[in-house]
Design a protein around this ligand. Structure first.
Ligand SMILES: C[S@@+](CC[C@H](N)C(=O)[O-])C[C@H]1O[C@@H](n2cnc3c(N)ncnc32)[C@H](O)[C@@H]1O
Length: 309
């Protein structure tokens, strides 16, 4: 997974304007703040440094996560999108690659610097620079997405308000950590109680079978640019962004029979898939003797529906 070229150019331009030493300092401050669960690492950073560091180190990963999640909704008819806590517009950019009918995009973002980047990247979108906690209601759109933004802004009934504005579907993405998953699970419970239909990733709208300290999360592989490697250190040409998510809709649809919740284990003639099923967590052992199923299992990845939808 790579960022679209226009985004890579914007990242490079902003990084060059800030200069590498300042960018590295900002990237380190950001990484420390995220590890300590602080939302916005601002102390001592200029807005341009903070934004360039976010674009260079976090946006490729959040884009990849949104891209992986929205693939699950590919068959939904989406003409309008509301991106709440949009940052520089990663989720909206990802949505553009899945929904060809998408015409109207609205972003709500309180950080004017990030909103400015979004304005450059999504020139046709409506960008609202405001605190979404102050909105009594959100404007109605087919798809509403809150990507990595709810954990920063807890407020009573926020999820319900987002749901009310979603004409077709609501997607919530959070970091793939126990804390991120707890938030997603809480949202899942309240959305199902409000009558929403499960779209993904769960194979049923039954209570989540995962018990503490386990948590449901997935991974999106992000190709690292040379700038990213220099900023974050390490030799790998990619990193895996871990995320948890929920997608619910207004209409029921066929759900995955099971969802793969760990990396598949491959042994000679046997593939074992750890999967969430309507009966609970199961280890699906797929033998080479079962030729068609084995072929599907060989292609299956962590996060996929199995068998494929
Ligand atoms: C971690 S970033 C994620 C940005 C983007 N959705 C993405 O996936 O790259 C969270 C964003 O939510 C924004 N945010 C958090 N709380 C907000 C609020 N109450 N009103 C508006 N924006 C908010 C922050 O300013 C930040 O840009």
């Amino acid at each position: 997974m790579q960022l679209p070229e226009c985004v890579r150019n914007a990242v490079d331009e902003r990084a060059a304007a800030v200069g590498f030493p300042q960018l590295r300092r900002a990237a380190q401050a950001m990484s420390t703040a995220y590890r300590q669960d602080h939302a916005a690492p601002t102390a001592g950073l200029l807005p341009a440094e903070r934004v360039a560091a976010y674009l260079a180190t976090r946006m490729p990963a959040t884009y990849a996560a949104a891209h992986a999640v929205l693939r699950e909704l590919e068959d939904c008819s989406i003409t309008s999108l509301l991106d709440v806590g949009a940052g520089a517009g990663a989720a909206s950019l990802a949505a553009q690659s899945w929904f060809p009918m998408l015409e109207a995009i609205t972003l709500i973002e309180r950080d004017s610097e990030l909103a400015g980047v979004a304005r450059d990247l999504l020139p046709k979108a409506q960008i609202r620079v405001e605190n979404f906690l102050r909105l009594a209601q959100f404007p109605p759109h087919d798809l509403v997405i809150a990507a990595y933004s709810l954990g920063e802004s807890r407020a009573p009934a926020l999820v319900e308000r987002l749901w009310r504005s979603a004409g077709v579907a609501l997607v919530i993405i959070e970091p793939g950590t126990p804390r991120g998953f707890a938030l997603v699970r809480e949202a899942r419970d309240s959305l199902l109680a409000a009558g929403a239909y499960m779209l993904a990733p769960c194979p049923a709208a039954t209570p989540c079978p995962l018990d503490d300290p386990d948590w449901c999360h997935f991974a999106a592989r992000v190709e690292r640019t040379s700038l990213h490697r220099r900023l974050k250190g390490g030799e790998l040409s990619y990193e895996d962004e871990k995320f948890s998510y929920i997608a619910v809709g207004r209409q029921p649809r066929h759900l995955a029979l099971s969802r793969i919740i760990r990396r598949p284990r491959h042994q000679p003639g046997l593939i074992t898939l750890e999967a969430c099923t309507p009966r609970g967590i199961e280890s699906l052992r797929v033998s080479k003797r079962d030729r068609e199923r084995f072929r599907a299992a060989r292609r299956a990845a962590w996060g996929d529906a199995f068998p494929p939808l």
